[in-house]
Design a protein around this ligand. Structure first.
Ligand SMILES: [Zn+2]
Ligand SMILES: [Zn+2]
Length: 314
């Protein structure tokens, strides 16, 4: 019995490590102490062939969100350490611009710099198949389609699990717990209305989904980056973890500089159910949300996405 338990613990650990592997570069490179992280303004106008201070941060940013890949190991580390605007970076920028429906220039133009400086979800926009699960297919293709998307291999909750429980983990003192419970309940309800899922808060300690606030390195291989840039992240099915960056300015009713808790909850629950990022700016699953914006209604794209992932629930 003891052996069986330790085996399953090991396999869970191996799976978690495999899943977390893609995010380590993101974790390593996106440091809040680096001012170029949240503002790439000084690089506006940069083009291929130039060497400009801070280009390495652009490379790391694009790498973190799934757009740039120099290959595994040393090649990658060397390329990410220099400030040369090379061809790989130009290609990565083109695919970034395509995702965000910007003009595809391959340059660091004003619109691209502005988009890269926006607060956003920490989940990559393009997830390499080799980084998901244990049965990943060919390692050479990104999934890239218009609007809603799934993670590679379409991870989802099994048909037997439509009743999902959630628990609320650490919440900062500044955020009243009762009010926050209301945020979670409403956000889950929005998804329940368009699927066959039901969501219930668990008070017993064990739950399918756990939501909490964390800062910096918090043990899942995806450290938060302090104020700005990455706001939150969540994991695809059936990991069931949703983390807010505790160092952001959160609000139930955001002013100009604050971020709406409920809008972010709606987005992250989409990941928990298996939706990846959508390139539709009206979708809740769009990767970025500016401060002060409230986006608490699922769009048709979100609904189409979740129904396509769970056709048996229709
Ligand atoms: Zn996201
Ligand atoms: Zn986390």
């Amino acid at each position: 019995m003891a052996t069986r338990i330790s085996c399953s613990v090991v396999s869970i650990l191996v799976l978690v490590l495999a899943i977390h592997q893609p995010f380590t570069v993101h974790s390593r490179s996106l440091k809040s102490t680096d001012p170029s992280l949240t503002s790439f303004q000084s690089l506006e106008g940069a083009i291929k062939g130039q060497t400009r201070h801070g280009i390495r941060e652009v490379k790391r940013y694009l790498k973190a969100f799934g757009y740039l890949d120099y290959g595994e190991g040393e090649n990658d580390d060397v390329a990410l350490m220099d400030d040369k605007f090379d061809e790989t970076l130009e290609l990565a920028l083109r695919s970034y611009q395509k995702f965000y429906r910007l003009k595809v220039t391959g340059k660091l133009d004003a619109d691209t710099v502005k988009q890269m400086s926006a607060p956003r979800c920490g989940v990559p926009d393009l997830v390499h198949p080799r980084h998901v699960g244990t049965n990943a297919t060919k390692p050479s293709k990104f999934r890239m389609v218009a609007r809603y998307k799934f993670f590679p291999n379409n991870p989802k909750w099994p048909p037997s699990q439509t009743r999902l429980s959630y628990a609320i983990g650490p919440v900062p003192k500044a955020i009243p717990l009762e009010e926050f419970r209301g945020v979670c309940s409403r956000a889950f309800q929005s998804w329940a209305e368009v699927t066959a899922f039901t969501f219930e808060e668990s008070t017993s300690g064990s739950a399918d989904i756990v939501i909490g606030f964390y800062r910096g390195n918090h043990g899942d291989g995806n450290p938060f980056d302090g104020p700005g840039n990455v706001l939150a992240h969540a994991f695809y099915p059936t990991i069931g973890r949703f983390h807010y960056d505790a160092e952001e300015q959160w609000s139930f009713n955001p002013g100009l500089t604050e971020t709406d808790l409920e809008s972010v909850a709606l987005h992250e629950i989409g990941h928990l159910l298996g939706l990846a990022h959508s390139s539709d700016p009206n979708a809740v699953m769009y990767p970025s949300i500016p401060p002060g914006i409230i986006h608490r209604n699922l769009s048709q794209d979100d609904i189409n996405g979740i129904r396509a992932l769970y056709p048996e629930q229709r």
